[in-house]
Design a protein around this ligand. Sequence first.
Ligand code: GLP
Length: 241
Amino acid sequence: MRILVCKDYNEMSKKAAQMIASQLTLKPDSVLGLATGSTPIGMYKELVSMYEEGLIDFSEVKTFNLDEYFELPKSNEQSYDYFMRENLFNHINIKEENIHIPNGMTDNIEKECKNYDEAIKEAGGVDIQVLGIGHNAHIGFNEPTINFERGTHLVNLKESTIEANARFFDSIDEVPKKAITMGTGSIFKSKKIMLLASGEGKAEAIYNTVYGKVLPEVPASILQFHNDIVLILDKDSASKL
Ligand code: GLP
């Protein structure tokens, strides 16, 4: 595991965007695994600026998002589809057919998950996966549980995750209780992984990810076994290391 400690959120976002930019320079048709949450917003802003300055091109890029709320329409401002368009896709030259986000409104969950995994495989796998981390060390929406899930699946969100994400909704009752997420196994298959964390609230999760036992109760801990992973942290999230 490589660990990069940045002085603040801005530096973290810039470093992360630079890594994506280098990836796109080396391989313009890269497959990017993307994350939502507040942490990567600064990175997306940087990427949009780089695109506007003509420094990067997304015309051949394919993206696969980690997760989506179940039964929340895409038009809902809290859906991850909406988030990705607002923060990135509406501002760059990515082709619509190259954008992939699990369909939370599916009426055939099994088929949706299977097709999502197939699409990742057909694209040649994820070249670089961006991850945030939950306070309980969840990645995507892989919550602490008793086994690592291999592929895309439907999950019941933990009460603590519902509470953490309630800040984006008008009331906690509006937060979906379920989500579709890539499995820990799918995430692990990415050629490179870049995990971003910011703020003291993530310090314990980061400590457990780096030094804890590798257990499905700490989903991000499995990343210790990956051979091309970088943690890009601000000082506060790195404060327990
Ligand atoms: C959600 C997302 C995760 C994200 C996490 C942390 O649960 N599914 O992908 O990493 O939130 O979000 P934040 O960056 O806002 O702390």
